[in-house]
Write a protein that binds this ligand. Structure first.
Ligand code: HEM
Length: 421
């Protein structure tokens, strides 16, 4: 990733959604912010949508109740509607989840899940996240090399969320395989994503059924138990909730660890600052640093789909009822009108109200868990493997091509081999 040149360096509208764009979208976003801040584009799927790139417009759009999360508001013909959701999800009964619904249903479901998934649940989970992190590093520390995506960033969140949900350890590798298929975004065998979603749905339905008669001290049992004014989640709603927790909490965290480690390796002076502060037993720079990594090159490039329920205006641009709107978090978080020197990575940045976790009623429910995992992963990695370095020319690194998420396919690293345990 190079630092973004000034937007005027482009004579014409830059190309979006190419491989070059995927490896460094920030110059194109700078151009859009400057010249076409609310821009109608045709996505690679053929669906037309508005891209919102300025911070002030983005924040407003994320909280605008006239922008619905329900895909039924999409004005496009039905064949395009299936292209706006989680792959394979349309055919499943997993649609009634938080990111696809509006109040009052959203308010009810979010209140119920918030009772089971509290900051306290997450804080109590901290020792397990540390143990998982150490176990994964133990597996490659003696080798002196690793692919940090495959060996570390990918397994950590999937095992963590499985533990939290109450998926028995012996079944967690199945989850790892299904999640691996889902993350490939069509790069796997034909129908593989839909098949994985189906298997995951079947498994979750059965697990929920079992936990109903034999509850444990886990999130799925908590979801089943949670009640609001005497109301409970139905089994379908509980399955959809478990699925969205997995889906929303998995690839995002993979990318926080992957993009975050890459940014640190690419900015050695910042990484050294962090290592010094960790060695001194301080946590302040780690905490502000993870927020800055989310702002600088966060896991969620575009917020999820929103659809105008009536004609409205964003940043002076008219939007018709039924039009899809995509808020470009990655562009908003580099807006010079909001952030000083936005293209500079500054781990101690204080005034950092980034949109990496969204804003408004759909603000990330898993932010405390994401912070815990991100901070634990990066601190442990830099402490245990202090001379970690990239084993590949940054220009040869490949980024995943999906629309919503931003993350690396692989992150090969080298380091002095360490004996473990
Ligand atoms: C670094 C990691 C993460 C990032 C950057 C992130 C980012 C986001 C963003 C941007 C949204 C809002 C999307 C929108 O409004 O269109 C969101 C929502 C959500 N996130 Fe996260 N997320 C992360 C990790 C997690 C984790 C670990 C979980 C749970 C285990 C989780 C669960 C959710 C849920 C359930 C929602 C939907 C909330 C709602 O609609 O009310 N996320 N996340």
């Amino acid at each position: 990733m190079t630092e973004s040149p000034a937007p005027d360096a482009f004579a014409a509208m830059p190309e979006l959604f190419t491989w070059e764009f995927a490896s460094d979208p920030y110059p194109a976003y700078a151009w859009l912010r400057e010249h076409a801040p609310v821009h109608r584009t045709t996505l690679p799927s053929g669906v037309e949508a508005w891209l919102v790139t300025r911070y002030a417009d983005a924040r407003q759009a994320l909280a605008d109740p006239r922008l619905s999360k329900n895909p039924d508001h999409h004005a496009e013909p039905t064949h395009a509607k299936g292209k706006t959701g989680i792959p394979g999800e349309r055919k499943a009964e997993l649609m009634t989840h938080l990111l696809n619904i509006d109040p009052p249903d959203h308010t009810r479901l979010r209140r119920l899940v918030s009772k089971a998934f509290t900051p306290r649940t997450v804080a109590e989970f901290a020792p397990r996240v540390q143990e998982l992190t150490d176990d994964l590093i133990d597996r490659f520390a003696a080798k002196g090399e690793a692919d940090l995506i495959h060996d570390f960033a990918f397994p950590l969140p999937i095992y963590a969320i499985c533990d939290l949900l109450g998926v028995p350890r012996e079944d967690q590798d199945d989850f790892r395989d299904w999640a691996g298929m889902m993350i490939r975004h069509g790069g796997g065998p034909r129908g593989g994503v839909a098949r994985s979603v189906k298997k995951m749905r079947g498994y979750l339905a059965e697990l929920i059924h079992r936990k109903r008669s034999d509850p444990g001290d886990d999130l799925i049992s908590g979801l089943i138990r949670a009640s609001d004014h005497g109301e409970h989640l139905t089994e379908n709603e509980a399955a959809a909730m478990a699925f969205i927790l997995l889906f929303a909490g998995f690839e995002t965290t993979v990318n926080l660890i992957g993009n975050g480690t890459y940014a640190l390796l690419h900015h050695p002076e910042q990484r050294e600052r962090l290592q010094h502060s960790l060695a001194a037993g301080e946590r302040g720079l780690l905490e502000t640093g993870v927020e800055e990594l989310l702002r600088f090159d966060g896991p969620v490039e575009l917020a999820t789909w929103r659809f105008a329920t009536e004609p409205l205006s964003i940043g002076g641009q008219g939007i018709a009822a039924g039009d899809p709107v995509l808020v470009v978090l990655a562009a908003a978080d580099r807006d010079p009108a909001r952030f000083e020197e936005p293209d500079t990575l500054d781990l101690s940045r204080r005034d950092n109200q980034h949109l990496g976790y969204g804003h408004g009623i759909h603000y990330c429910l898993g932010a405390p868990l994401a912070r815990l995992e991100g901070q634990t992963a990066l601190a442990t990695l830099l402490t245990r493997l202090p001379d970690l370095r990239l084993a590949q020319d940054p220009a040869d690194l490949r980024w995943r091509g999906g629309l919503i998420m931003r993350g690396l396919r692989t992150l090969p690293v080298e380091f002095t081999p360490r004996q473990t345990g």
